[in-house]
Ligand binder design. Sequence first.
Ligand code: AMP
Length: 191
Amino acid sequence: MKFVALFGPPGCGKGTQAARLKDALSVPHVSTGDMFRDHKARQTELGVKVQQLLDAGQLVPDSITDAMVRERLGREDVATGVLLDGYPRNVSQADELLTILSDLGKELSAVVAIDVPGDVVRARLAKRADEQGRGDDKDPETVNNRLVVYEEHTAPCVPHLESKGVTVHHIDGVGSVDEITSRILGALGIS
Ligand code: AMP
């Protein structure tokens, strides 16, 4: 069973690494950010509800996010594994993830935390805003919000999950995309 959660500050290259990692693990990639952006683009009831929070770089309430993830993790395609990207985002969601998996008779196999200094991620986010035109990369206040939210709410999930017995792999996120991928695969014992 391969249930892996990927952590890293915005701009650390998490999306790029997730795309490679899900292939290496042969599991679906579940990104709560992608799910919310998809709802927003389709202007579903959920999309309309969360769009202002997304645009401001603020977290969607746990009740909404947890329910969306519980539904997603109950589907057949993730019965033997998943690469989670962007969830959990705070300690309460981390506990909820353990509960959801345990309710499904599964457990979290590992956490991969990509560590990158703040000044490096700010520079990368500015570049991504130019290249991809992603709305929440453009406004400096939104970028700053997302970094602060990561430090205050998301980063503490890693030691929290470790304290619950989950294996945590800290990966140095400074280097080329290929270097970081091979560090992650090496840590997970995949070659
Ligand atoms: P991401 O693509 O992971 O950077 O997520 C983009 C945005 O979606 C975030 O800034 C939040 O507004 C929202 N979001 C994504 N995942 C979560 C989560 N687990 N909990 C709350 N909000 C989330």
